[in-house]
Design a protein around this ligand. Structure first.
Ligand SMILES: Cc1ncc(COP(=O)(O)O)c(C=O)c1O
Length: 385
């Protein structure tokens, strides 16, 4: 079974299981269900492509947000240079669907994952991030064994304190190791300023993001001075798309959440529409307390508790299968009525579902599998061994 077979199976399974809803109203879906407003998604894609016009950075959207190869393909068709992913199995799924340029903006550690990345890079332009010499040696051995070439970015920590070299000296040492390693092709630097996305004040966020890219630019300069390749500087997210994405030193913008615009990212940047909602049903109304059937097993609550679309009521609590809202007399929905929620954080919402229901004017027109939902979904890694 190849990864392409697994992708075909995922689509067939999605259509066999959920295709009966195509042509029907989104209001008839069994809840909770994720609904993608196709027109709003397309407008978000266009808005982001236009925002980068005339700037150095090209868009490489992070597709961990949606885990949908169907949607990733439309982003590439609209002009994205490829996609960013977080895991090898996401890379395998995107490649199986036909995307030919994939960045795993993350460390690939562990024999099975490294082997899969090396095999995958026989057929697609696959780039991985590194911040450890032992890992570089393992990636090199695997690529030589697979007869492939893996592209590599040296990751520099620019303030988030997650992965990445902690100094310019360390980054140059890693760069030299990659450049000397057979089977590896050094492309430049990855620098994700994730800490900036947590800063609500736009002026401070701008300052933090510029500082972060100054830190990244020191590595670019040091690579140039050391005679190391440095054509790529990849980073940025939705919260910094018009800062990092407009920085002339940056060559790739990894923003992803703009496509769905969850409540967390909506509080950071204006200009994009909510295109993903969780359709839910009122299962209880007791005075001004409303209970919905969409709990944390169906919607991501990270950073911000999911609000009701278009309304200001603040959620009191999200239990496993229930959301509780304190409303008032203006809220008219009662038991059995449908209510749409905006995910607090889309990336931890989509993987709770098998499929995304795609709607045009609230009529379901397609069903997109969420693929891959988690580690080695349906054996994606085994298919690459
Ligand atoms: C490495 C990396 N790049 C980019 C992003 C930006 O994604 P978003 O646009 O969803 O904020 C993330 C988010 O977690 C990330 O981890």
């Amino acid at each position: 079974m190849t990864t392409v077979d697994l992708w075909k199976q995922a689509r067939e399974r999605a259509h066999d299981s959920y295709g009966a809803h195509v042509g029907r109203s989104a209001d008839d879906l069994p809840t909770p269900a994720l609904v993608v407003d196709r027109a709003a998604v397309n407008r978000n894609i266009t808005t982001m492509m236009s925002a980068l016009e005339g700037h150095t950075a090209r868009l490489r959207p992070h597709v961990k947000v949606q885990k949908s190869p169907d949607l990733a393909l439309s982003q590439v068709a609209a002009g994205a240079i490829g996609v960013t992913v977080a895991t090898v199995w996401e890379a395998a799924a995107m490649a199986a669907a036909g995307i030919t340029d994939v960045l795993i903006a993350n460390q690939v550690v562990g024999a099975e994952k490294i082997r899969a990345a090396a095999v995958l890079s026989r057929t697609v332009n696959l780039t991985v991030a590194v911040d450890d010499e032992r890992n570089i040696a393992e990636l090199s051995r695997a690529a030589v064994h697979a007869g492939s070439t893996l592209r590599v970015l040296v990751e520099r920590d620019v303030g988030m304190g997650r992965c990445g070299a902690r100094s310019v000296t360390d980054a140059v040492r890693l760069g030299r190791a990659v450049h000397a390693a057979p089977g590896l092709d050094l492309k430049g630097i990855q620098a994700y300023e994730g800490h900036c996305m947590l800063e609500p004040d736009p002026a401070k966020r701008r300052r933090f993001a510029l500082d972060a890219m100054n830190t990244a630019a020191e590595v670019v300069e040091a690579f140039a001075a050391a005679g190391l390749p440095h054509e790529t500087l990849s980073g940025g997210g939705t919260g910094t798309y018009d800062i990092t994405g407009h920085d002339p030193r940056v060559t790739e913008l990894q923003a992803g959440s703009y496509v769905f615009m969850d409540a967390f990212h909506g509080s950071l940047v204006p200009g994009f529409e909510v295109s993903l909602t969780a359709m839910s049903t009122v299962v209880g109304r007791h005075g001004d307390t409303v209970i919905l059937d969409c709990g944390r097993k169906s919607i991501g609550i990270d950073f911000v508790l999911p609000p009701i679309l278009g309304l200001d009521y603040v959620a009191r609590y999200y239990a496993e299968e229930h959301a509780l809202f304190d409303v008032d007399a203006l809220f008219t929905a009662d038991v059995g009525d449908r209510v749409r929620l905006v995910s607090g954080y889309a990336p931890t919402t989509v993987n709770l579902h098998d499929v995304l229901f795609v709607a045009d004017d609230d009529r379901i027109v397609d069903v997109w599998p969420v693929f891959p939902r988690g580690a080695d979904h349906h054996g994606l890694l085994r298919a690459l061994s």
